[in-house]
Design a binder for this molecule. Structure first.
Ligand code: NAP
Length: 414
């Protein structure tokens, strides 16, 4: 029987619970309600995408039989078995769905160890997939702490693991899985460059750049974090960018007018505060923000820091909050060199209307994605993942559904 008919996964079940989902995510981790709505819709789209295409993506792939001395030869994609998913809280539905939709459609089963601060969303997902028609036990949420991951991962019934989260968590899971010779996919942190060249539409680059920085209260792996601006347009861009950052509506994430809510944890805010303080202590300037508003919750003001150098922690570490660093460069070579000068390689963004420059950015930016005149995001139609210390493996697209498959060689003689 074709796999797609065994797994009747659709997005309708998620859409049905839209209101409940949105409030649940916002309550658990502080995401603005309007962005929670967008996340639910995106999950539904991804589920529909795989429901419609899984059979085609996993169809037998014929090879040139004569060239290999066979009467028939092909690759067949078969599920690996039980896949453990260790997931973060920042996009509590989406991170799980982008793994689960393709992996389950391929015939795997899933064990979810979600972040400890989003247990309701974790349990909701198990329920949603059951309602979508999956057989009992196909996708289970384990309410366990990170200390218990090793035991699950070493269990001989678990075939593979995927982790989205921080570098230390990724290292730990990959080490254990490596010892057990089990396949892993790692989606880790990022410090994406957002490059602005003289031919760019500066207003649009400022508008998109601000959203790319503060979406999800600044807590996104693919957020634009380092704004690398050509000196010819540096002042004009910095002014537009800072003006928009100042105007952002900071407040209760349940209020639909809110654009930036609180950070998810006190530790998260302390980390952001520490990075800004480090930059300022070494000579950087706070253009706007730079502090925590006096109100309950782990709020941090949308912030722009200028004069950041590569010696500052803000350059080399991931800033997981609404803080943008501005960097001035004198030409495209310097822009690319600076963009690539971190250990991360997740997304990258370049704004230019010059075709030669575009091609150079596409070729030379060392990242899992290059977005020209846009902001890095994920689509079911395109592969998603990083290089360098941002991880390995790919989610989404045809590649994502094959990550947890055995590409079995079939050779049939005369
Ligand atoms: P995190 O602390 O690494 O937690 C992620 C998950 O890993 C949680 O379920 C956590 O469980 C678990 N975990 C933590 N330490 C572990 C360990 N030693 N062994 C096994 N599991 C462990 O990351 P986070 O703070 O939730 O998320 C933020 C990070 O995720 C950022 O670096 C961000 O860039 C990255 N991220 C990457 C992507 C991507 O696609 N590349 C997407 C989103 C986020 P507990 O909650 O129980 O500690």
């Amino acid at each position: 029987m074709p796999i797609a008919t065994i797994s009747p996964l659709t997005g309708e079940t998620l859409q049905e619970f839209k209101e409940l989902d949105r409030r649940m995510m916002t309550t658990e981790m502080g995401k603005p309600l309007a962005q929670a709505r967008a996340e639910v819709a995106k999950c539904a789209t991804a589920m529909r995408f795989y429901a419609d295409r899984a059979e085609r993506f996993l169809a037998d792939e014929p090879a040139d039989a004569a060239a290999v001395g066979a009467s028939r030869a092909y690759a067949r994609y078969q599920p690996l078995g039980v896949v453990l998913a260790v997931m973060p809280w920042n996009f509590p539905l989406w991170q799980v769905v982008r793994f689960a939709a393709p992996a389950l459609m391929a015939g795997n089963t899933g064990l979810l160890k979600h972040a400890s601060n989003v247990p309701q969303t974790a349990l909701y997902l198990e329920d949603a997939l059951r309602r979508a028609g999956f057989p009992e036990g196909c996708f289970l949420t384990l309410l366990i702490g990170s200390g218990a991951v090793e035991t699950v991962l070493r269990d001989r019934r678990v075939a593979a693991a995927t982790l989205t989260g921080s570098e230390p968590a990724g290292q730990s899971v990959a080490q254990i899985a490596g010892g057990e010779i089990k396949k892993t996919v790692l989606e880790l942190g990022g410090s994406d460059p957002f490059i602005v060249m003289p031919s760019a539409d500066l207003d649009r680059a400022a508008e998109v750049g601000v959203f790319a920085r503060v979406q999800n209260n600044g807590q996104s792996c693919i957020a634009a974090k380092r704004f690398i601006v050509h000196t010819d347009v540096y002042d004009a861009y910095a002014e537009r960018f800072a003006e928009r950052m100042r105007r952002l509506v900071v407040g209760d994430p349940m209020d639909t007018a809110t654009e930036v809510g609180p950070l998810a944890t006190r530790q998260g805010r302390d980390d952001v505060t520490g990075l800004v303080e480090d930059a300022v202590s070494q000579g950087a300037t706070v253009v706007c923000g730079g502090n925590s508003p006096d109100r309950p919750g782990w709020f941090y003001q949308p912030t722009v820091v200028a004069g950041v150098t590569q010696a500052m922690r803000m350059f080399s570490e991931e800033v997981f909050g609404p803080v943008a660093g501005l960097y001035r460069v004198s030409d495209i070579a310097e822009a690319i060199e600076m963009a690539n000068a971190t250990s991360f390689g997740l997304g990258s963004n370049a704004w230019t209307n010059n075709e030669t420059e575009r091609q150079r950015f596409i070729r030379d930016l060392d990242a899992g994605a290059v977005f020209i005149n846009g902001m890095t995001t994920s689509y079911p139609q395109l592969p998603f993942g990083g290089v360098k210390r941002s991880g390995y493996g790919r989610e989404l697209s045809a590649q994502g559904i094959r990550e947890f498959c055995n590409a079995k060689t079939v050779w049939i003689g005369a």
